[in-house]
Design a protein around this ligand. Structure first.
Ligand SMILES: Nc1nc2c(ncn2[C@@H]2O[C@H](COP(=O)(O)OP(=O)(O)OP(=O)(O)O)[C@@H](O)[C@H]2O)c(=O)[nH]1
Ligand SMILES: [Mg+2]
Length: 242
């Protein structure tokens, strides 16, 4: 893992935390280190400030539409978005490091719900970056590509998620996870796409997680997918607290 990427990620997150929480630099750093490096898979619940902060990661093969999901959220949920969407280094429309979008989703049981959305780079060669971005995630949205020609890539990417979670001692069966079967709009374009049953059989027959058909390009299913993941994350936070 290149050291400059590691420090870039850290500095960027600290910058954003500073924007979101007006407190001292050192407490921001402590909070960041706490979140990213010490407690993987646990939302920060600050009962004193009545805030819940969680991280959701969009995972999936290259070109499946992860960045497009975030772009749609950025332009369509303006009241909830807390700043600009950050895309760290892109090569054309390919993500090389990650995209980042901070949101404030209002009150949940009297607490402010702040959510950080990230995407991983889907290209096979960025495996270690994917693993790093995944770290500290409270929930994962696996975006699968409905194109018939991407069938194998979907399955390999799910396997890669499984493996990366395992390396953090986490089970894909326990992490709050939902799937989005993206690019359903291509059904009307005479392009070979898989039917939902086939995709469910390929990707979800064992996991049995909630799944949502969608078109990130048109915004269909984008909100529902995020909502579905947040629901699971909130249940898991509640279980942690009780
Ligand atoms: N028709 C259609 N095209 C889509 C949809 N979602 C994304 N695309 C297109 O697919 C291409 C790749 O989308 P991205 O969002 O950049 O894919 P990504 O998953 O972020 O890809 P990586 O960054 O390489 O991992 C772009 O040309 C998008 O416009 C969709 O729902 N329907
Ligand atoms: Mg991308």
């Amino acid at each position: 893992m290149p050291v400059d990427f590691f420090w870039g990620l850290r500095s960027l997150s600290i910058l954003y935390l500073k924007k979101m929480w007006p407190c001292s630099d050192s407490s921001i750093e402590e909070l960041y280190i706490f979140k990213i490096y010490i407690i993987p898979f646990m939302a920060i619940v600050n009962l004193k400030k009545r805030q819940i902060e969680c991280k959701i990661v969009y995972y999936g093969p290259g070109r499946c539409g992860k960045t497009t999901n975030l772009e749609y959220i950025h332009k369509s949920f303006k009241n909830q978005v807390m700043g600009e969407m950050i895309s760290i280094k892109t090569d054309g429309d390919r993500t090389l490091f990650f995209d980042f979008l901070p949101m404030n989703l209002g009150k949940v049981r009297g607490c402010d719900l702040r959510v950080q959305l990230y995407t991983v780079p889907g290209q096979v060669r960025y495996s270690s970056t994917r693993k790093l971005v995944l770290r500290g995630a409270d929930g994962v949205i696996f975006v699968a590509d409905s194109l018939e020609v991407r069938r194998e890539k979907n399955m390999l990417s799910l396997k890669d998620l499984h493996q990366n979670l395992k390396e953090y001692d986490l089970s894909i069966f326990k992490v709050p996870l939902v799937m989005q079967f993206n690019k359903r709009d291509l059904d009307n374009e005479n392009i070979a796409i898989m039917d939902l049953k086939k995709m469910e059989h390929d990707l979800n027959r064992q996991l049995k997680v909630p799944f949502f058909p969608g078109s990130a390009l048109k915004g269909e299913g984008v909100g529902k997918t995020l909502h579905g993941c947040l629901k699971l994350v909130m249940q898991s936070v509640q279980n942690e607290l009780s």
